[in-house]
Structure formats: structure tokens, C-alpha cells
Ligand binder design. Structure first.
Ligand code: NAD
Ligand code: MG
Length: 394
């Protein structure tokens, strides 16, 4: 029986994870669930899964959760705050941690799970983008098992040799596929007046709002390029992005002998989640079987970097190395939040990220320590805020 903690249990990945867990009560038990502010939804999950512990972001959310749980006769221990979150991620009661918090807020707890030697199912790509070296060192030093949940990286992982999931000599390229998002074919001169709801209407995937905007700008693919660099040890020039509007080929690995291995499936996050939960076995994920004859055409094209400047910025940040990826990520988080609050235009997101990358101080050795990374993150957020209209995020 695997005992699982789900960080970010009320989000889109949290929902999909609990759906897979629900299908296999004989294999999985939930040790802890966390959420930021959605106490009602977390209470419903606790009533169903009876975890030993639950953690939320604020004292108010904790009070609401506690009241709801006691009324239902559920004895789950409730705590709150960032320290409790990092502590529950490392708690002995679980052997597996699903890291599904969105954004930089996931860094500390995800790193704590790695340092506690857990099986870490990594959805929270921002944590790895910010502190790739520190994170991968922690995984190695503490004997953690890191399994990628992001569908592309899960696909690459499945296409690499089972005995050497790190990028190896016989691999020539890692080929990440991207749907191109909702604006793949939209006239670029009309991109400036896109609304948050239009940006979040992804053609193939249902996801949280932040990653949906990132998919529309293709910053998501940029973050994934950096994620692939750390997970598989692949240099920037060996990582290729291909637009594949059908989202059926989830990514590919090209080998020196000319072979290309791909992983295919319907676009449903329960597939990579089930893979991570059961690895190295395979279990039912509740996913509709792929019908290739019905899918008909699978097409591929090279992304146009003038339409998707965020993708180019992410490649630049990866090549610049050091804290540049952390700066990119932090500026993007602020810009996306401002866009979701209708304080800036869709096209301002890339402009803000570019200006912060130009201006932010990036001391050479800052990426070697968590303090250095967090300082770069804070500085980039401050710079990004200074580029927003007054009161945009207040
Ligand atoms: P979401 O917005 O639906 O859910 C986010 C979760 O994080 C919620 O449970 C929320 O309570 C929690 N959270 C938010 N802010 C927090 C904070 N400050 N402190 C603690 N908890 C906080 O997001 P999602 O779409 O489920 O994505 C989660 C992560 O998985 C992201 O890093 C995303 O890039 C990655 N991912 C998602 C998908 C997808 O299909 N949704 C696919 C690949 C990767
Ligand atoms: Mg992805």
C-alpha cells in the first residue's frame, strides 16, 4: 500500500490525482492533503479520503476547515502556513508526494519532499525551473525518486531507456510537443486585446488558469524546455519544440541511429499521474482509449518565435543559466497574475518578462544556494511589479 500526500489537492492536477487514487483503494491511501484557500473543497476531499493531516494557507481557512471536519466527525489534524506545508511534505506518514502546487509557492515543500527521500511526482514545474541544480542535487543526495508528471516529460521518461532515465549518449534530441494553445493561428496583430477567459480556453486540455495562460503565450513550453534540461541533463541545443495541435503525441526522443520513440495517448493528465503512482507497473487511469483512426491526422510544425516570444525568452534564460530561469519564472508569474486581473494586455506579458530579464541583477553564484535563488526571485518580482500600472496587484 502506497501512502500519498497531495500538495495542491484542490487544483486540476489534485483532482485528477484523487480520481486515479479513488479507482484503486487497495493500492493507495491518502496521508495528507493541502490547499491554499479552498477550505470547503478540501473538507469534501478529507471527508472522502480520511487523511491523517490537512494543511491550508491561512488561519481563516484552517478555522473553516476544522469546523467542517469536526461537524462531519472527521478527525484529520489541521494546520496552516508555509512551515506546516514544508513539514507535511517531509512527513514520515507518506512515501509518495504529488507536488501539484502552482508556481514558486511549491518550491519549499517540493524540495522538502525530495530531501526526505520521497517518491516525488513532479507536476510543479516552476520549482524545478527556479532551482534545478539544487533540486536535482537534493534528489540524488537523499535517494529520492523523481518521476515527471508534466505530460511531455512523462512521455520523454517513458521513451528513454528504463535503466538510464537520464539523458544518455545514444540520445540525439529530446522533442517536446506543444499544442500551440488557443492562438496558434490567430492573426498576431489582434493578440493585444485577448481576454483572460479567451486565453484560458485551451483547445485540448482543462487546466488551472496560470498554466492555461502560459500555454497561450507558450511560456509553458519554455518552462518545460528548462524542466527537460534538468530532468534529463539535455543541453538547450538538443531540446526541440514542435507544435502538434492534436496533443496526441505527448513528446519524443530521437536516438543517434535515427530511431524516434514517441508516447501517444488522449490528452488526459490521469495517464502520466497513474504512471507515476504505479511506476514501474501500469494501472487503469480511467482514460478513454486512443482511437488513432478516429484521430485521423497527426501534424507537426515549427513554432514561430515572433508569434510566441516567451518561448524564445525561455531558451535565452536556459542558455544564460544561473538564476536567469528563476528570474524568467518570477517575472512571468507576476505578469500572468496582472493579466488575469485585467491590469495588463496579453502581449505585455512577454514584454515585462523581457525587460525584467534585461534589468535584474544575476550574480554568478546565486543559483548555487536556495537563498540566492529566492533573492533573485524576489528581485524579479519587485522589478516586474514596478512595470505594472499602479495598484495592479493590490
Ligand atoms: P491549479 O491552479 O488548478 O491548482 C493549484 C493548487 O495549488 C491548488 O490546490 C491551490 O490551492 C494550491 N496553491 C496555489 N497557491 C498556493 C500557495 N501560495 N501555497 C500553497 N498552495 C497553493 O493548478 P494546476 O493546473 O493543477 O497546476 C498545478 C501545477 O501542475 C502547476 O505547476 C502546473 O504548471 C503543473 N501542471 C499542470 C497541468 C494540468 O493539466 N493542470 C499539466 C502539467 C503540469
Ligand atoms: Mg506539459
Amino acid at each position: 500500500m502506497r501512502r500519498i500526500t497531495v500538495l495542491g489537492a484542490t487544483g486540476s492536477i489534485g483532482d485528477s490525482t484523487l480520481d486515479v487514487v479513488r479507482r484503486h483503494p487497495e493500492r493507495y491511501a491518502i496521508h495528507a492533503l493541502t490547499a491554499h484557500s479552498q477550505a470547503d473543497k478540501l473538507a469534501r476531499r478529507c471527508i472522502e479520503f480520511r487523511p491523517a493531516r490537512a494543511v491550508v494557507g491561512t488561519p481563516e481557512a484552517a478555522a473553516t476547515l476544522e469546523t467542517l471536519l469536526r461537524a462531519a466527525g472527521v478527525p484529520t489534524d489541521v494546520s496552516h502556513g508555509e512551515d506546516a506545508l514544508a513539514e507535511v511534505a517531509a512527513d514520515d506518514g507518506a512515501d509518495t508526494v504529488m507536488a501539484a502546487i502552482v508556481g514558486a509557492a511549491g518550491l519549499r515543500p517540493t524540495l522538502a519532499a525530495a530531501r526526505a527521500g520521497k517518491r516525488v511526482l513532479l507536476a510543479n514545474k516552476e520549482a524545478l525551473v527556479m532551482s534545478g541544480r539544487i533540486f536535482m542535487d537534493a534528489v540524488r543526495e537523499h535517494g529520492a525518486t523523481l518521476l515527471p508528471i508534466d505530460s511531455e516529460h512523462n512521455a520523454v521518461f517513458q521513451c528513454l531507456p528504463a535503466d538510464d532515465p537520464r539523458y544518455c549518449a545514444g540520445v540525439s534530441r529530446v522533442m517536446l510537443t506543444a499544442s500551440g494553445g488557443p492562438f496558434r493561428t490567430r492573426e498576431p496583430s489582434t493578440l493585444h486585446d485577448i481576454s483572460p477567459d479567451e486565453a484560458c480556453a485551451h483547445p485540448n486540455w482543462v487546466m488551472g488558469r496560470k498554466i492555461s495562460v502560459d500555454s497561450a503565450t507558450m511560456m509553458n513550453k519554455g518552462l518545460e524546455v528548462i524542466e527537460a534540461h534538468w530532468l534529463f541533463g539535455a543541453p538547450a541545443e538538443r531540446i526541440e519544440v514542435l507544435i502538434h495541435p492534436q496533443s496526441i503525441v505527448h513528446s519524443m526522443v530521437a536516438y543517434a541511429d535515427g530511431s524516434v520513440l514517441a508516447q501517444l495517448g488522449n490528452p488526459d493528465m490521469r495517464t502520466p499521474i497513474a504512471y507515476g503512482l504505479a511506476y514501474p507497473e501500469r494501472i487503469d487511469a480511467g482514460v478513454t482509449p486512443l482511437d488513432l483512426a478516429r484521430a485521423g491526422t497527426l501534424s507537426f510544425e515549427t513554432p514561430d518565435l515572433s508569434r510566441f516570444p516567451c518561448l524564445g525568452l525561455a531558451f535565452d534564460a536556459l542558455r544564460a543559466a544561473g538564476v536567469a530561469p528563476a528570474v524568467l519564472n518570477a517575472a512571468n508569474e507576476i505578469a500572468v497574475e496582472a493579466f488575469l486581473r485585467k491590469a495588463i494586455r496579453f502581449t505585455d506579458i512577454a514584454a515585462i518578462v523581457a525587460r525584467v530579464l534585461e534589468r535584474a541583477a544575476q550574480p554568478a553564484d546565486a543559483a548555487a544556494s536556495l537563498e540566492g535563488v529566492l533573492a533573485a526571485d524576489a528581485e524579479a518580482r519587485r522589478l516586474a511589479r514596478s512595470l505594472l500600472p499602479a495598484g495592479a496587484l493590490s
